[in-house]
Design a protein around this ligand. Structure first.
Ligand SMILES: Nc1ncnc2c1ncn2[C@@H]1O[C@H](COP(=O)(O)OP(=O)(O)OP(=O)(O)O)[C@@H](O)[C@H]1O
Length: 319
């Protein structure tokens, strides 16, 4: 369980502000990375943490695993205060930063995982059981016996994820774990996340991969410039938005311009796209059928990415 109340994080950053006699001059600047952020993540759920670059996602994860102490506010993970870095707390969490490597470069993945086993004080039997289970989810194949330095970026990422899961954490904090993963490896990651969710693990997944978020998340948190804009399920997020349905009509014959103000025309003039409210779908379809000769029609949910872009745009203009 993760409980965050009014979390505020401020960094001090030294920036160059010119030169005097060829010597650079510096001044200190405050960076307000998080402002009064509050949320909860329950056991057995996946929370996708979304937001632009620099929104404050990694900073939150660093506060949750205790690398950083909050400037103000409270953070509680599995009943522990993370910044105290108590032994039982560290044994109960698994953290993975997408771009960091925690494996031994020169050792085969299997041996590198064995080193991590020793660090966590796991016995060989437990280790082999967990590894067999992870193997059934990841389908490691020969990579277990390949030196880490010879693994591809995606294989290394899966190896790092395995290292994060070896001690069967109850809280899993994943910071952009899909960077560099191909379709098959992303499917492995989804299998792993679903398996750990079923074991009542609390999972926080900071990601720019909205498809991944849509497939996995029970809850989404949307962060912008350190402020939480939304916390709730994807269905709730969709309900808040007008234009949560997308209609796409393929025309019999291409047109050069449209007579509908709020519709978009593809470059080849063949596809009309309309984003609309669920209640207006029938009216909009009738309008399309009246005005154009339609070859086929698709009606679906507006992608999360489009809604998120609108949400962030609306926030900037309201600011
Ligand atoms: N050690 C630091 N010192 C000063 N400022 C920092 C430090 N780390 C992060 N920041 C600043 O805090 C803000 C939030 O950064 P953070 O890394 O948490 O964002 P993020 O949402 O994880 O971004 P990304 O999606 O690019 O990883 C940014 O403005 C960043 O420049």
């Amino acid at each position: 369980m993760i409980d965050v109340q009014s979390l505020t994080m401020t960094y001090r950053r030294r920036i160059q502000c010119g030169q005097r006699w060829g010597i650079p001059r510096y001044r200190w600047e405050m960076v307000h990375a998080l402002h009064e952020v509050s949320f909860q993540c329950l056991p057995g759920t996946v929370t996708a943490y979304l937001g632009h670059n620099g929104a404050g996602k990694s900073t939150t994860i660093k506060a949750l695993c205790g690398i950083l102490r909050p400037t103000s506010g409270q953070v509680c993970v599995n009943g522990f205060v993370p910044s105290r870095r108590e032994h039982d707390f560290l044994q109960s969490i698994g953290v993975m930063f997408g771009q960091r490597n925690q494996l031994m470069w020169e050792l085969p993945l299997m041996d590198s995982l064995d080193v991590i086993r020793v660090q966590y004080g796991l016995n060989k039997g437990e280790f082999l059981d967990t590894l067999a289970e992870l193997d059934s989810l990841f389908r490691f194949g020969e990579i277990l016996h390949t030196p880490v330095r010879n693994l591809s970026l995606g294989q290394r990422m899966l190896g790092n994820l395995a290292a994060t899961l070896l001690h069967r954490p109850r809280v899993l904090l994943l910071d952009e774990p899909t960077i560099g993963l191909d379709v098959e490896s992303k499917a492995s990651l989804r299998r792993v996340i679903s398996a750990f969710r079923q074991k009542s693990c609390t999972i926080l997944l900071a990601t720019h991969d909205l498809q991944e978020a849509e497939m996995l998340a029970d809850q989404i948190l949307i962060l912008d410039h350190g402020r939480l804009l939304f916390g709730g399920s994807i269905a709730e997020f969709r309900r808040l938005h007008r234009n949560s349905v997308v209609i796409q009509a393929r025309l019999e014959t291409p047109v050069s311009e449209l007579d509908m103000a709020d519709a978009e025309l593809s470059q080849d003039g063949r596809i009309i796209t309309i984003h609309t409210d669920p209640e207006r779908v029938a009216t909009r379809v009738a309008e399309l059928l009246r005005m154009y000769r339609i070859r086929d029609l698709k009606i679906g949910e507006t992608p999360l990415e489009t809604l998120l872009r609108e949400e962030l745009k609306a926030f900037v203009s309201a600011d």
